[in-house]
Design a protein around this ligand. Structure first.
Ligand SMILES: O=C(O)C1=C[C@@H](OP(=O)(O)O)[C@@H](O)[C@H](O)C1
Ligand SMILES: C=C(OP(=O)(O)O)C(=O)O
Length: 450
């Protein structure tokens, strides 16, 4: 599945205050994992509120390709008849993960510990991204790999008959790497241990526990998270409700913050502490954000985010906060454009290897729209509060978050902002334009705008 063939230029124009109560689609991280763990369970799971975006639809197709039955009922609930660990079928054809880093890396963990041959491909963006971070631990478990130079897609893996359980210290702050090793460890006899020096989103650990795996998380003397998973469990099917994605909520929230007169509620947003760094940072910048109606569902805290237009001031974002807002830096840079003074964002090495080099893409996008910034090797400083923001066209490089972030910029600047391709937004946020229109945002196809 690919959006790459038909780019869709979009233009956002400044206009009305943004008002209303909305819900964003389901969390992408939890959606991928719901389908994958359900596919590995024995019996029928149900998943409500799943994100039906291209990335997640690719995960659904991949789990079907290894033998799971995944269907959508008339009421929108998805049912997954799991195949059970150790029983995966060899896919009959190549698995195309499109734009989805999480999808392909977690799937590599799953199939890479089974004695089946699987070939993965992706779009131009995914084919540039590093896969060695997941292939290295798999090789240590006995997986054979044939990959393009630099461990990039396309690539093929074949797992061993009996994967060796591993003790692995994750060398980069990455929930995808942690999760891939844990998912591979599921099919290895014995205990797989993952040491995580920097904590990242913990949905895999939480959900594995929910599916009945024997998994523990402790801190060692150095304060690192040590995750121990006993391999070869029988995973029990679950009924899952996916909360709204905070990484998607970030766009209307920032749009409302920077657009005068706005008053908006985004309901039902996941508030997992490993995901809320953006909201913490925005509050430190002076944002009027209240979290209302906090409740719990499926072991995760959720709530409604009430945001009003606010005067913002620049801050320094602690580097150690990066994993809890890693996908939100592009839209934080947009908020920072409207803040008085400088916003300094260190610790951004991982932004270089996302759907695009997000550090460079953000810096070029800000420059194109009259916002001064300084781009370092692994940091960005935005000099906010200037006038005449907007008027530029931004290259999205097949990156949904770059597209949405700069459309948000265009809602609050002085002049419209265009992005060369809004079609990529479908990878994580189907219905983005319609939802933004519902709260009063003017985002149209560039031809209509011209
Ligand atoms: O595990 C996940 O669901 C994700 C982890 C993060 O990637 P890294 O693990 O590469 O940091 C994040 O950027 C991605 O959108 C989703
Ligand atoms: C980095 C992202 O996703 P992935 O790594 O799954 O492609 C993202 O959604 O911002």
């Amino acid at each position: 599945m690919s959006h790459a063939s038909s780019p869709q230029p979009l233009t956002a124009s400044p206009g009305k205050p943004l008002k209303g109560r909305i819900r964003v689609p389901g969390d992408k991280s939890i959606s991928h994992r719901s389908i994958m763990l359900s596919a590995l369970a024995v019996g029928r799971s149900t998943v409500r509120g799943i994100l039906e975006s291209e990335d997640v639809l690719n995960t659904i197709a991949a789990m079907r390709a290894v033998g799971a039955r995944v269907e959508k009922a008339a009421d929108g609930t998805w049912t997954v008849d799991g195949i059970g660990l150790g029983s995966l079928l060899e896919p009959e054809s190549v698995i195309d993960f499109g734009n989805a880093g999480t999808g392909v890396r977690l799937a590599l963990g799953i199939v890479g510990s089974h004695p089946i041959a699987t070939t993965f491909v992706g779009d131009a963006s995914l084919s540039r991204r590093p896969m060695g971070r997941v292939l290295d631990p798999l090789r240590m478990m006995g997986t054979q790999v044939v990959a393009r130079a630099g461990d990039r897609l396309p690539l093929s893996v074949r797992g061993p008959e009996t994967p060796s359980p591993l003790t692995y210290r994750v060398p980069v702050a990455s929930a995808q790497v942690k999760s891939a090793v844990l998912l591979a460890g599921l099919n290895a006899p014995g205990v797989t241990t993952v040491i995580e020096p920097v904590p990242t989103r913990d949905h895999t650990e939480k959900m594995l526990k929910g599916f009945g795996a024997d998994i523990t998380v402790d801190l060692n003397d150095a304060g690192e998270r040590v995750i121990r998973l006993v391999g070869q469990p029988t995973l029990k099917p679950q009924d899952i409700t996916v909360p709204g994605d905070p990484s998607s909520a970030a766009f209307p929230v920032v749009a409302a913050l920077i657009t005068p007169g706005s008053d908006l509620v985004v309901e039902n947003v996941l508030l997992n502490e490993h995901r809320t760094g953006l909201f913490t940072t925005l509050k430190e910048m002076g944002a009027d954000i209240e979290i209302e109606n906090i409740r719990e569902t499926g072991g995760e805290e959720i709530g409604d985010i009430h945001v009003r237009h606010s005067k913002l001031a620049g801050v320094t974002v602690p580097a150690e906060r990066a994993p809890s807002m890693i996908d939100e830096y592009p839209v934080l840079a947009v908020a920072a454009s409207f803040a008085k003074g400088e916003t300094h964002m260190p610790g951004l090495d991982e932004l270089r290897v996302k759907e695009s080099d997000r550090l460079a893409a953000v810096a070029r996008g800000l420059e194109a729209n009259g916002v001064p910034c300084r781009e370092g090797e692994a940091e960005l400083t935005v000099i906010g509060g200037g006038s005449r923001i907007g008027g530029g066209t931004v290259t999205t490089h097949l990156d949904h978050r770059i597209a949405m972030s700069f459309l948000v910029l265009g809602l609050a600047g002085e002049k419209p902002v265009s992005v060369d391709d809004g079609a990529v937004i479908a990878t994580s946020f189907p219905g983005f334009r319609e939802l933004m229109a519902q709260i009063g945002a003017d985002i149209s196809s560039s031809k209509e705008a011209a």
